[in-house]
Design a protein around this ligand. Structure first.
Ligand code: 0A1
Ligand code: ZN
Length: 882
């Protein structure tokens, strides 16, 4: 590998290409080790461009094996080819010309899984962001849109299937045991949306009739024998297509839509035009092998990739700085889809949990960057929760500020105005401004300013004047490269609850803009006065998590309990319980650290158990309440100088005290929600019941202090959700019990031939708390089911250990940091993207207590001083140590 420090790319340096690409004709002669690609490109010089400018094509680890200019071999003195570029000089000033580039690549040796590679004998591609340049020299940037014709030639027996983007033109024998297929994609697209798949796969077929009556062939390709496990993905696809027509007015635009599931993939899935390629984890499911969470992910990711057809493909990004234009918007769309298919409130709670646990730490640490960054060294490192999830929250805030109709008007204008464009964030925002006659200049800071706003709130009620006064102050902390911040537009949904839980409506509000139940905090400090409030209200603020901020509002326990009981917004009820629980959890952690006894908080236990028992509430919501804040949430609340052991011990004590308080409730829930016997259905209601019952099981083990009940649940489970939950409770609560050993062994034997299920087995063991986790992980690294080349295996063992086992990973002696460092260095040699992502597990290392932080720094410095590092890892490590 090269040690390349990587060039920094700046948004401010953007300029259009000198040449316009008109057409692309690709011919692939596939061979496992010697694949030949002939690429015919028709260009003309852009009007107004420098007539002397050379044509510079991107490459990555390429060698040129042929170059024609208008069908004739090009003179050697007219071009320069290196592994990373092909520069061609003396080109026509105006008239079109044709360049034919030939390259030969080795897909089998491509362990980076970018460009053309092999996964389990299947040829497949991954071109976002800059993978196409690993196939052929090309203007590999998203603002170069062209129409592609693709010819694929391959051995017929090994590759009965030859797929690419667009519509199938035809195929025939090619002699010598080979055959060929031709595909044409009429929609101009950037190279990152190119895809090719060849091999021998099983097929699941269906059709979808669009709103205008066109029939679209739907095809999902999976490994032979796995076809029945693609049924849910197909169902989710059809629901997504319908939903996008109904909610966003978007109809599919080709005759065929294909999904291919492969087992080696760096990310979740990829939205290539008409030919989505998926990590098989997000396609394959049946009750025996997939959990409810797996089903939910499949639904969301199938939808996400499908929705990209309009937000990403029809309207793409001008440059990679605009990544959130397609990703933030498409995540928002898939969130809305899942909310409509499932329970909106429960979905929102899960989204916010995810945002807080993943994006907030990113936004407050060394890797913080704006939703729309202004510079990057390695674009692969910017597929982050900030770009995706915070990007989605920013879109959601536009919807909140403009209301449903205003948002729709803006979206419709965006689709009309920019269809076929490579657009920018400014283009997007302008559509909402123009469609609604509003000014979103200050709002746009959300795209440009990194960091989670901290909003401090105080309130006072004046009985005589019947006024309620609310004072708010916003602060955004400094982030790398952004020492000072401007005040943002923060839309805060609110409700004033009376004593009996009814909503108090003010006669008027002074001090700022309030539209309906949303107030806008736009100044650094701002005071709102609500008139005509007849009795002291309890304020519920940031309802539905209307803004992605951290709220500091010291509310009394009584007020929080009041919101938890009465708010009509279920999200706010969950948030109120969380706000009640967090002080108890942080106090317990502090006490555990100092050796003091942890006092039980009866008021908290009362509320939690009452919600658990409340039959009027949906089970999934009750399960979310019972889940309490995670150890990472508690660490974040505590700030710096964190001791993960104390946080874990404290949290266990709080769980135990709630368990003791609600023993009877948990027994009843466990018995009455007994799913066994009833037919499994992956729908949200069934999933909610299983979630609640498994929460009850966890609490009961705290009371019973015995693995017996979980072992019995494991033995009786008739679906993967219950089975893996029981195994996880056994392993995490009773790691040394014979029942646990037996359950792990039986699970291994039963699912030995299913790698995706074995990932759960790895993950459960990698997240067993405590010092012994490292030894376990080391032993599992040598397990024959573990394959270091497969990203899913790596993520389930090493990733879960580093990201999701705070006590095990943060062992006092720093040995786990060393393990991660060694793994990152090893993986970096074959798959830099995966290595860089794993490394981000240590992004919050400065918040650890000094002894651990010191050990963490040493491990990071060992990575930094390695002789060879990819640009991906170098970029992350240098930012983390800055
Ligand atoms: N656009 C995809 C994400 C993606 C990005 C890079 C990849 O390279 C390995 C793969 C997929 C999405 O948002 O789904
Ligand atoms: Zn996406």
């Amino acid at each position: 590998m090269r040690t390349d420090t990587g060039r920094v790319v700046h948004l401010a340096d953007y300029r259009p290409t000198d040449f316009v690409l008109e057409r692309v004709d690709l011919t692939f002669e596939l061979d496992p080790e010697d694949t030949k690609i002939e690429s015919r490109l028709i260009f003309h010089r852009r009007e107004g461009a420098d007539p002397q400018a050379p044509l510079v094509l991107d490459g990555d680890e390429l060698t040129l094996s042929g170059l024609l200019f208008d069908q004739i071999e090009m003179d050697a003195d007219r071009y320069t080819a290196t592994a990373s570029s092909l520069t061609i000089r003396d080109l026509p000033a105006a008239e079109p010309f044709e360049v034919t580039v030939t390259t030969i690549i080795n897909p089998t040796a491509n362990t980076k899984l970018m460009g053309l590679f092999r996964s389990n004998g299947i040829y497949c591609t991954q071109c976002e962001a800059e993978g196409f340049r690993r196939i052929t020299y090309f203007p590999d940037r998203p603002d170069v849109l062209a129409v592609y014709t693709v010819n694929i030639i391959a051995d017929k027996e090994a590759n009965p299937l030859l797929l690419s983007n667009g519509n199938f033109l035809g195929g025939a024998g090619y002699g010598d045991g080979k055959h060929f297929a031709a595909w044409f994609d009429p929609h101009p697209k950037p190279s990152y949306l190119f895809a090719l798949v060849a091999g021998d796969l099983g097929l699941v077929e269906d059709t979808f009739t669009t709103v205008s009556g066109r029939e679209v062939a739907l095809k999902i390709y999976v490994e032979h024998g796995k076809e029945p496990r693609a049924a849910y993905a197909m169902d989710a696809l059809k629901r997504s297509m319908k939903w996008d027509e109904e909610v966003f007015g978007r109809e599919y635009d080709l005759d065929i839509f294909m999904v291919v599931a492969v087992s080696d993939f760096n990310m979740g899935a990829m939205e290539n035009k008409g030919l989505n390629i998926f990590n098989d984890k997000y396609v394959l499911a049946d009750p025996e092998t997939a959990t409810d969470q797996d089903y939910a992910y499949i639904e969301a990711i199938i939808a996400h990739e499908y929705f990209h057809n309009w937000t990403g493909n029809r309207i793409t990004c001008r440059d990679w700085f605009q990544l959130c234009l397609k990703e933030g918007l498409t995540v928002f769309r898939d969130h809305e889809f899942s909310a409509d298919q499932r329970s909106r409130a429960v979905k929102r709670i899960a989204e916010v949990r995810h945002l807080r646990s993943e994006q907030f730490p990113e936004d407050s640490g060394p890797l913080a960057h704006p939703v729309r960054p202004t510079k990057y060294r390695e674009i692969n490192n910017f597929y982050t929760t900030t770009v995706y999830e915070k990007g989605s929250e920013v879109t959601r805030m536009i919807a909140t500020l403009l209301g449903r109709d205003g948002f729709k008007k803006g979206m419709d204008l965006y689709f009309d105005r920019h269809d076929g464009d490579a657009a920018t964030v400014e283009d997007f925002v302008k559509c909402f401004e123009d469609a609604n006659s509003v000014d979103l200049a200050q709002f746009s800071l959300w795209y440009n300013q990194a960091g989670t706003p901290q909003v401090t709130v105080s309130s006072a009620y004046d009985e005589k004047a019947s006024t309620f006064t609310l004072s708010l102050e916003q602060v955004v902390a400094a982030t790398p490269g952004q020492p000072t911040k401007e005040p943002m537009v923060i839309p805060l949904s609110f409700s004033l609850l009376s004593d009996d839980g009814t909503v108090l409506t003010p006669s008027s509000v002074e001090g700022g803009k309030v539209a309906g139940d949303v107030l806008q905090l736009v100044e650094r400090s701002q005071t709102f006065v609500f008139q005509g409030i007849a009795s002291r209200p309890v304020l519920s603020l940031n309802r539905g998590f209307s803004a992605p901020i951290t709220l500091h509002y010291p509310q009394s326990k009584d007020d929080l309990a009041h919101i938890a009981r009465h708010d009509s917004d279920l999200f706010s009820r969950w948030q109120a319980v969380t706000d009640l629980a967090l002080p108890a959890l942080t106090a317990a952690a502090r006490n555990a650290a100092s050796g003091a006894a942890v006092e039980s908080d009866d008021a908290l236990a009362d509320v939690v158990v009452a919600i658990a028992a409340d039959e009027s509430l949906e089970p999934a919501f009750r399960a979310q309440v019972l889940a309490l804040s995670s150890e990472a949430d508690i660490a974040r609340e505590l700030g710096s100088n964190n001791d993960p052991d104390a946080i874990h011990a404290g949290r266990q004590t709080v769980l135990a005290s709630i368990a003791a308080h609600g023993e009877q409730t948990f027994k009843t829930l466990f018995d009455t929600l007994n799913a066994a016997g009833s037919a499994y259905s992956p729908d949200a209601a069934g999933a909610g019941r299983r979630a609640l019952r498994n929460s009850a099981l966890l609490y009961l083990t705290f009371v019973e202090k015995s693995p017996a009940r979980a072992a019995e649940a494991f033995a009786k489970a008739d679906n993967m959700t219950d089975l893996s939950q029981a195994l996880s409770i056994l392993a995490h609560q009773f790691p040394d019990a014979e029942e646990t050993r037996a359950a792990l062994a039986s699970f291994e034997t039963r699912f030995a031939d299913n790698a995706l299920v074995m990932d759960k087995w790895f993950q459960i063991q990698a997240t067993i708390p405590g010092d012994m986790a490292l030894d376990r992980v080391n032993a599992l690294l040598a397990n024959p089911h573990f394959k270091g080349e497969n990203p899913n295996r790596v993520r389930s063992l090493i990733g879960s250990f580093a990201f999701a086992n705070p006590t095990g990973f943060n062992r006092k002696d720093g040995a786990a940091y060393d393990l991660l460092a060694s793994q990152v260095l090893d993986i970096d040699g074959r798959n830099p993207q995966l290595a860089a992502r794993l490394l981000t597990a240590m992004r919050s290392w400065r918040l650890l207590e000094p002894m651990r932080a010191d050990k963490a720094r040493n491990a990071l410095m060992r990575i930094e001083s390695a002789e060879t590092l990819s640009v991906d890892v170098r970029d992350i490590i240098e930012r983390m140590l800055q």
